[in-house]
Design a protein around this ligand. Structure first.
Ligand SMILES: Cc1cc2nc3c(=O)[nH]c(=O)nc-3n(C[C@H](O)[C@H](O)[C@H](O)COP(=O)(O)O)c2cc1C
Length: 215
């Protein structure tokens, strides 16, 4: 079986990334792009990002998670600390995040180090989640092999019964990571594959070195 995708061809021509758009700090430019993505992407999950980790088996692995907050310091997401990605991060905190906002023909690629956020911050976010999501965090040993769907449904029911009528606490194995960037690359699609690429790299004095890269 084969399917030729050679004719999938798109001309990127919506926007450009010129010198005047470039801010000193990449988080500022990220903020501008994020606002525009919120405005233009409609019902797409604008905060969905790919995170790649270097696994215990030595292979990189990507998967999508949801960005829940960004600050001058970095990018926060939540997960199970015992999941495949959690164990990978414990061994190799160097990760890569990426966003693709196709309606704007834009990509952002962020390299950085992931650190667990404080328990207080994780508690605060956990409290804001709906009960169903809270119970899911208890019921799922994320990334473990399970015998069946029924096993998972039963586990959820067990925790529903356990916490009935009570405040559902945050499981210790569930919480946030902040990815502190060391490099952020902004890609704007342009015609003739002559895209704009601007890369920021964090220097020892915490200034950002800014370079334009060939597409
Ligand atoms: C749109 C979308 C959003 C997701 N958001 C999260 C998230 O915020 N946290 C999370 O742990 N997994 C999230 N997932 C599931 C992950 O992609 C992944 O399946 C899960 O974290 C287990 O990954 P791992 O086994 O490599 O650790 C999301 C998946 C999709 C498609």
């Amino acid at each position: 079986m084969e399917k030729d995708l050679g004719n999938y061809r798109k001309v990127y021509k919506k926007k450009e990334l010129s010198k005047t758009d470039i801010t000193d700090n990449p988080i500022e430019l990220f903020q501008q792009w994020f606002f525009e993505a919120e405005e233009f992407t409609g019902d797409m999950e604008v905060n969905a990002m790919t995170i790649s980790t270097i696994g215990l088996d030595g292979y990189p692995k990507n998967r999508v998670v949801l960005l829940k907050k960004y600050t001058w310091e970095g990018f926060i997401f939540y997960t199970n600390y015992n999941s495949e990605k959690g164990l990978a991060i414990e061994k190799n905190p160097e990760v890569c995040l990426s966003f693709f906002w196709h309606k704007l023909e834009r990509q952002v690629v962020i390299k950085g180090k992931a650190e667990k956020i404080s328990e207080n911050l994780s508690d605060g976010y956990f409290e804001s989640r709906p009960d169903g999501s809270k119970l899911g965090a208890w019921a799922s040993n994320q990334s473990d092999v399970v015998p069946s769907r029924k096993y998972l449904d039963n586990k959820l029911a067990t925790f529903e019964a356990k916490f009935k009528g009570q405040e559902i606490p945050r499981p210790a194995h569930w919480g946030g990571y902040i990815v502190k960037p060391i490099s952020m690359e902004f890609w704007q699609g342009r015609p003739n594959r002559m895209h704009d690429r601007i890369r920021y790299e964090l220097q020892e004095n915490y200034d950002w070195k800014i370079d334009r890269l060939a597409p």
